[in-house]
Design a protein around this ligand. Structure first.
Ligand code: ADP
Ligand code: ADP
Ligand code: ZN
Length: 215
């Protein structure tokens, strides 16, 4: 099953992706997580990406296209994949189409999680995350043990780009550069829009229901 999880920052892509990984046994490919790992490790890629990420701007398309191309060719994508945070621009989507055509893995569905702006701001400002990629919320989804990740036992923290200024930029970048992809995938007949304001478990139930025919 080849899936794109789509939606604005804070819509719940990472949260749902983690549940899908457990349930469907296919990998999550989060470009945000890959970039943050590079920043942490101080790679050349990480150094180049950090200045965009801190401001809430998109990292240039060539960088992301290179990352995705390599990642999709890895063995664990054989049975399928969940793209989380990619594509975010039309050129990224066009490049993805070429890559997937080469490896003969068409997209089955683009799940578009819809959440209004006010709620996105509330979610992002309360988000706590772990280096393993797990995402929590101070009030909506706190870790079971205070400040400790349920999955890996690491310490959770607030992302530098989840502070107010960068959040505003990210929402406007989403509207300008990423939202046009909704039409792009609707035209291809693969777009499935879901109400992302429901509880985490309810959203996951809907995802399982709409993906039943692909599993
Ligand atoms: P969120 O989950 O809040 O949407 P991500 O973790 O997906 O945020 O991304 C964090 C940052 O990493 C983005 O603001 C951007 O700078 C960079 N990034 C991640 N994915 C992409 C992408 N596909 N294209 C360009 N930049 C990206
Ligand atoms: P994205 O990857 O789309 O940026 P996340 O999965 O990181 O979004 O979720 C953003 C924030 O909202 C996190 O703090 C997360 O715990 C919280 N969250 C995710 N889904 C829901 C939901 N359905 N209801 C309430 N809060 C949610
Ligand atoms: Zn963790």
């Amino acid at each position: 099953m080849n899936i794109i999880l789509f939606g604005p920052p804070g819509a719940g892509k990472g949260t749902q992706a983690k549940k899908m990984v457990d349930y469907y046994r296919i990998p999550q490919i989060s470009t945000g997580d890959i970039l943050r790992a590079n920043v942490r490790e101080g790679t050349e890629l990480g150094l180049a990406a950090k200045k965009y990420m801190d401001k809430g701007e998109l990292v240039p398309d060539e960088v992301l296209i290179g990352i995705i191309k390599n990642r999709l060719k890895e063995q664990d994508c054989e049975k399928g994949f969940i793209l989380d945070g990619y594509p975010r621009t039309i050129p990224q989507a066009d490049a993805l189409a070429v890559i997937l055509d080469e490896i003969n893995k068409p997209i089955d569905a683009v799940l578009n999680l819809e959440v209004p702006d006010e709620e996105l701001v509330e979610r992002i400002s309360g988000r706590l995350m772990c280096n393993c990629g797990a995402s929590y919320h101070r009030t909506f989804n706190p870790p079971k043990k205070d400040e400790i990740c349920d999955i890996c036992g690491g310490k959770v923290f607030q992302r530098a780009d989840d502070k107010e200024e960068a959040v505003k930029t990210r929402l406007s970048v989403y509207k300008k550069q990423t939202e046009p992809l909704i039409d792009y995938y609707a035209k291809q007949g693969v777009l499935i829009t879901l109400d992302g304001t429901k509880d985490i478990d309810e959203v996951f139930e809907e995802i399982k229901a709409v993906l039943a025919k692909f599993a």
